[in-house]
Design a protein around this ligand. Structure first.
Ligand SMILES: Cc1cc2nc3c(=O)[nH]c(=O)nc-3n(C[C@H](O)[C@H](O)[C@H](O)COP(=O)(O)O)c2cc1C
Length: 157
């Protein structure tokens, strides 16, 4: 299976999850590519005046994993802009995840994941159950392991 793992990450935690996911899929023999979205222009919560410098095309992927930090009770504007640029995804599996620092799911996690999945709702993709990954678990590879295993299992079921 060809897998694209496409994330926005400012301080590195979402990127760390992406790296561990890439390793998890590669161990199964899948062909993975990870892209960290980069921007031109400063980005803050709810920014719109920036461009994505390296938005990858997704035609070649069977499975697309999209990750982002929660920013101000929403998904980062970078991932939302990227999702808005994606066209039809018919026949592809897509799984979204978010990382967040505050402990409760209702402090932006559920909302951010809902916004990402909502943006994909009309794409024709098969949207797999997403994940909300909270601090402090994401600071430890050992604590991330069950999350990584769960995502890999959900994507290959
Ligand atoms: C501008 C900004 C806004 C944030 N807002 C929230 C929030 O509403 N809820 C939350 O749980 N964490 C919030 N965080 C914390 C990040 O979601 C968290 O640290 C995330 O894992 C960072 O991911 P990254 O290291 O990939 O950038 C915010 C962080 C930043 C920089």
């Amino acid at each position: 299976m060809k897998i694209g793992i496409i994330v926005h990450s400012q301080s590195g935690y979402t990127a760390k999850v992406a790296r561990l996911l890439g390793a998890g899929f590669s161990k199964r023999g899948d062909d993975t590519e990870t892209v960290l979205l980069r921007t031109v222009g400063k980005v803050a919560p709810r920014s719109t005046s920036f461009e994505i410098r390296n938005a990858p095309a997704v035609e070649d992927y069977d499975l697309i994993i999209l990750g982002a930090p929660v920013w101000a009770f929403s998904a980062s504007p970078v991932i939302m802009k990227y999702l808005g640029q994606l066209g039809r995804l018919t026949g592809k599996k897509v799984l979204c995840f978010v990382t967040k620092a505050l402990p409760f799911l209702w402090t932006g996690g559920t909302q951010a994941l809902g916004l990402m999945e909502g943006e994909l709702a009309l794409s024709g993709a098969d949207i797999l159950p997403g994940e909300i990954i909270r601090a402090p678990a994401y600071r430890s590879e050992a604590k991330l392991r069950p999350v990584i295993d769960r995502i890999v299992a959900a994507c290959t079921a």
